[in-house]
Write a protein that binds this ligand. Structure first.
Ligand SMILES: Cc1cc2nc3c(=O)[nH]c(=O)nc-3n(C[C@H](O)[C@H](O)[C@H](O)COP(=O)(O)OP(=O)(O)OC[C@H]3O[C@@H](n4cnc5c(N)ncnc54)[C@H](O)[C@@H]3O)c2cc1C
Ligand SMILES: NC(=O)c1ccc[n+]([C@@H]2O[C@H](COP(=O)([O-])OP(=O)(O)OC[C@H]3O[C@@H](n4cnc5c(N)ncnc54)[C@H](OP(=O)(O)O)[C@@H]3O)[C@@H](O)[C@H]2O)c1
Length: 455
């Protein structure tokens, strides 16, 4: 008999999207860990697991998924590729650089199957409450199929629930009392651009949802697109003729007229609020809950992942994102190294706080998107370098070559927005340059997996 405390081995992962799956893959060789991954949807893949539902899911919970039917990757796939599971390996031959969602989901699933992690996931199980208890965590979840709630104790909790699920919904004067039939919705509830064929569409916001949902509506035959920007100014791309950019929306009134702060106006049939999302974690008790804006150096997370007030709690993928799947992977392997005791935390909480202060100061000094890409690449490399000092098996990759794919993408968007997805980039993993897709993006109305792959 020994008096030694048993090793802390019970790990709860919340969410089976790209981040949660990365965490499961990272733990796959640790046979003694008790891993439970809670996923409220009935399948894995996170928001890549498209759902037609909006509002509430089949069990009355808020619908997390912001994915829409005809979404294609908005960044080059070469920027998110896994080094231990390349696109070429998965699909058997090179494919285009900007695949539709079904193709990316297929790739995510292929990687997860290779690591054989599905048995750890409890599907249709929503985490409702997480709180600390005697140095551990009590996690309360509800299996929605059996309608049974249970509370279990874990030594570590890893929050991988994403942060593009709970919409930020501003209200503008006239929204509440107009009676002209204008359809008003947030990007979170946008599913199919065909709904807006023939319509004059006003997009509020000037970031990725705005440019992409506007493009979708244009592609599927909207009559006109008006894109209203706020602080960041106009996007300034070469848009089609029936597309214009205007300043901030002021109000809607007099039938279907939208007025902007410069005094101009437009007739609109629909308003799509592409106004971003909130970091929202209602299942976490106050002292565990991340509160941050959407930025590269997230508040109160040491190395972007460890909760500074309780180092047994981790968050994955909470940053604003240029890098995605491969950054979540580096975070997940780093967290695994930390939990297994191979990677050490600083001696004091003050050092962890200072890490965040330094990262935020460096982020604040970034002058443009190229700097932001380089910043997040360097962050990912920093994690990978720390992992590889204690784990030589980690599938690292060439961050500089990945940055190049992002830089090329940024430039190609400037040469004509509706054509940027027709170009190809070089895989940092295989060195293969992606071929042009068989159909130009603006003409590819059927973007199912089979059609895309030419099966
Ligand atoms: C519309 C849209 C398009 C995007 N397109 C791209 C793109 O083209 N390329 C790119 O690289 N990135 C894109 N992104 C960024 C996206 O954040 C990442 O690709 C990726 O999906 C993030 O993975 P995640 O696992 O962190 O979060 P998610 O994919 O959101 O997965 C989180 C999972 O947690 C589950 N969950 C949430 N709450 C609970 C709970 N309480 N209990 C149990 N389970 C829970 C959810 O059901 C979900 O399955 C896009 C984002 C949006 C919103
Ligand atoms: N095809 C794709 O792959 C695709 C498509 C859509 C989204 N995405 C991903 O989804 C994520 C989220 O992107 P996002 O565009 O939804 O969010 P975002 O990048 O956070 O941008 C939010 C936008 O809303 C504006 N905004 C916020 N509040 C506003 C208000 N009260 N009034 C007017 N404007 C307001 C912001 O303007 P200010 O600049 O003035 O603050 C900004 O332009 C990104 O990671 C993106 O890559 C990908």
């Amino acid at each position: 008999m020994t008096d030694e405390a048993p090793p802390r081995r019970r790990v709860a992962i919340i969410g089976a999207g790209p981040s949660g799956l990365a965490q499961l893959c990272a733990f796959s060789s640790e046979k003694d860990m008790q891993l439970v991954c809670f996923e409220k949807q009935s399948n894995w893949g996170g928001l890549w697991n498209y759902s037609w539902r909006t509002g509430t899911d089949e069990y009355g919970n808020p619908c997390s998924n912001s994915m829409y039917r005809n979404l294609w990757s908005n960044g080059p796939k070469e920027g998110l590729e896994f080094s231990d599971y390349t696109f070429e390996q998965h699909f058997g031959s090179p494919i285009g650089s900007y695949p539709p969602r079904s193709v990316l989901l297929d790739y995510i699933e292929g990687r997860a199957k290779q690591y054989n992690v599905r048995s750890h996931i409890r599907f249709s199980t929503i985490v409702r409450d997480v709180r600390t208890c005697s140095g551990a965590f009590e996690v309360t979840s509800r299996n929605e199929c059996t309608d049974v709630e249970s509370t279990e104790v874990f030594d570590y909790v890893i929050v991988a629930t994403g942060h593009f699920s709970v919409p930020n919904v501003p209200e503008f004067p006239g929204f509440a009392n107009h009676n002209s039939g204008i359809r008003i919705l947030h990007a979170h509830d946008f599913r199919d651009a065909r709904e807006f064929t023939g319509a004059n569409v006003l997009i509020v916001g000037s970031s990725y949802s705005a440019e992409d949902i506007g493009s979708q509506c244009w592609k599927y035959g909207a009559k006109s697109i008006v894109l209203s920007h706020r602080r960041s100014g106009p996007l300034g791309y070469k848009w089609p003729e029936n597309w214009k950019e205007v300043p901030q929306l002021e109000r809607i009134s007099e039938g279907k007229t939208a007025y902007f702060i410069d005094g101009s106006s437009s007739t609109v049939d629909a308003i799509i609020l592409c106004t971003g999302y909130k970091h929202h974690f209602p299942f976490l008790s106050d002292e565990l809950r991340l509160k941050t804006t959407n930025r590269l150096a997230t508040t109160n997370l040491y190395k972007g992942v460890v909760w500074n007030d309780n180092s047994a709690l981790f968050y994955l993928g909470m940053q604003d994102q240029w890098y995605t799947f491969n950054m979540f992977d580096a975070q997940a392997w780093w967290v695994q190294g930390c939990i297994m005791g191979r990677i050490q935390l600083p001696n004091t909480k003050q050092d962890m706080i200072q890490d965040v202060v330094d990262r935020q100061a460096a982020e604040d000094a970034i002058v443009d998107d190229y700097g932001a890409i380089a910043y997040q690449g360097a962050y990912t490399k920093e994690l990978m370098d720390e992992i590889t000092t204690t784990d030589s098996n980690y599938p690292t990759f060439d961050v500089e070559a990945t940055n190049v794919a992002f830089y090329e993408w940024k430039k190609s968007k400037r040469t004509g927005f509706m054509g940027f997805r027709d170009g190809g980039h070089t895989s940092p993993m295989t060195g293969t340059k992606s071929p042009a897709h068989h159909t130009k993006w603006k003409e590819a109305l059927d973007d199912s997996l089979d059609t895309y792959l030419g099966n």
